[in-house]
Write a protein that binds this ligand. Structure first.
Ligand SMILES: Cc1cc2nc3c(=O)[nH]c(=O)nc-3n(C[C@H](O)[C@H](O)[C@H](O)COP(=O)(O)OP(=O)(O)OC[C@H]3O[C@@H](n4cnc5c(N)ncnc54)[C@H](O)[C@@H]3O)c2cc1C
Length: 386
């Protein structure tokens, strides 16, 4: 059996990003096998994220904006996001770009198979897919399904349905996307829409909910229809594309290294920011670090300043605790955050680039009573594990 240098189990966002970074590094000639059950040629998702400089996928961005709109409880308007740009990348463009780039490397192979098992063995990382065994020095696994069930943790879901609509009338300003619009019934959860305009008649309109249970499909559609009728002057419109997604918002610690030769990456590796669901940028950052370490030390490690990580994780848990226990209306929390802090600072905070002192300053702008009770509850849960 051929032993590969690296097997990438799951060639989605994280798997293909990793292969891309490896191909740009001195490890570009290593043997790499990418396994996925899908061909990845559909536009199965669209990623939005912010960045304050050009990123590795700049040339294939679908859109980018210098400002974003916000509609909250006591404040609405355009946010000054400083040097950041809000960026949008379509899944189909990303998959095509990376696969096209990787095709020039004869040492990188693709197989369309269903993975049944990923296992660490003394000889290497071992994968069984369609009953065939594969082995490598390292397996990077983005197919592992998270088990979110420990009672001391918070497990919410971010679920959303989006429509790309084409309006009869020109009604969108392409320079003004709306990142969060809370002018919808909250039903005791956190619910908002966002509107990302592509041209004056076309936009992605997405209804997003943070809570612990999915809604019947018709519910998302009714919410989308009612929002468009109330707030967008479209005239009639047609739905060109539909997107549905579920992202775990959990503070359950995931084993990123379940064995010596297996590394979990992407959502499977716990790369999703628990309190927001944003995963794309964190994955790029973490994978870049892993590849740098592979080049320098031969080991796929990430830099993990533990104290900082524990504190950031604690802040995520506190927000999840507030949301899960309905300690304060979520629309008001997000409004206070964006109203009382420079929005670019909130982006840095969510990227975990702020210092301890900056974090504390931001924390003074949220409802203190609800967050203090939540912080005590998080301590209690961690100590007594209930
Ligand atoms: C609709 C949608 C929109 C999103 N939008 C955003 C966003 O705007 N911003 C953001 O930061 N995050 C967003 N996310 C969250 C996150 O960025 C994506 O889910 C991202 O694709 C996660 O990357 P991944 O590589 O971990 O998983 P995936 O991209 O899902 O890749 C996993 C791959 O593994 C393959 N696979 C799984 N099981 C098997 C198996 N048994 N055998 C073989 N192959 C298998 C799958 O086919 C898939 O290609 C979104 C998620 C969804 C679902």
């Amino acid at each position: 059996m051929k032993k590969y240098d690296f097997i990438i189990a799951g060639g989605g966002m994280a798997g293909l990003s990793l292969a891309y970074y490896l191909s740009l590094s001195p490890l570009r000639d290593r043997s790499i096998l990418i396994l996925d059950k899908e061909t990845k040629d559909r536009n199965d998702r669209t990623w939005c994220f912010w960045e304050d400089k050009d990123g590795p996928f700049e040339s294939i961005l679908f859109r980018k904006w210098n400002t974003v709109g916000f509609f909250g409880t006591t404040f609405n308007g355009l946010l000054d996001i400083g040097d950041y740009q809000y960026k949008m990348l379509r899944g189909s463009d990303f998959y095509a770009f990376v696969k096209n780039h990787l095709a020039q490397f004869p040492s990188i192979e693709f197989r369309q198979v269903t993975i049944n098992r990923v296992k660490d063995t003394p000889q290497g990382g071992f994968v069984i897919a369609d009953d065939e065994p594969y082995i490598a020095n390292y397996v990077f696994d983005s197919t592992y399904l998270l088990k979110l069930n420990r009672s001391e943790n918070h497990n919410l879901l971010q679920h959303f349905k989006g429509w790309t609509i084409v309006a009869e009338k020109p009604c969108f300003d392409v320079s003004k996307p709306c990142m969060m619009d809370f002018r919808v019934e909250q039903h005791g959860d956190c619910r908002f829409l966002y509107v990302l305009p592509f041209d004056e008649r076309t936009a992605l309109v997405e209804y997003t909910v943070f809570n612990d249970a999915l809604l019947p499909d018709e519910y998302y559609e009714t919410a989308l229809r009612s929002y468009i009728d109330r707030f967008l002057d479209t005239g009639t419109y047609t739905v060109q594309e539909t997107e549905f997604g579920i992202i775990p918002m959990s503070d359950e610690l995931t084993k990123e290294r379940p064995g010596k030769h297996v590394v979990r990456i992407g959502t499977a590796g716990g790369y999703t920011k628990p309190s927001t669901g944003y995963t794309f940028q964190r994955t790029q950052r973490y994978l870049y670090e892993i590849v740098q370490n592979l080049v320098i030390t031969g080991k796929p490690k990430r830099r993990k300043p533990w104290l900082r990580r524990v504190f950031k994780r604690f802040l995520d848990s506190v927000l999840l605790n507030v949301l899960q226990n309905h300690r304060h209306p979520a629309d008001d929390i997000f409004t206070r955050l964006y109203q009382n802090n420079p929005p670019a600072q909130i982006f840095r905070f969510l990227d975990e680039d702020t210092t301890f002192a900056e974090d504390l300053k931001i924390m003074t702008t949220v409802p203190l009573g609800a967050f203090t009770i939540a912080a005590l509850d998080v301590f209690r849960k961690r100590i007594f594990r209930v």
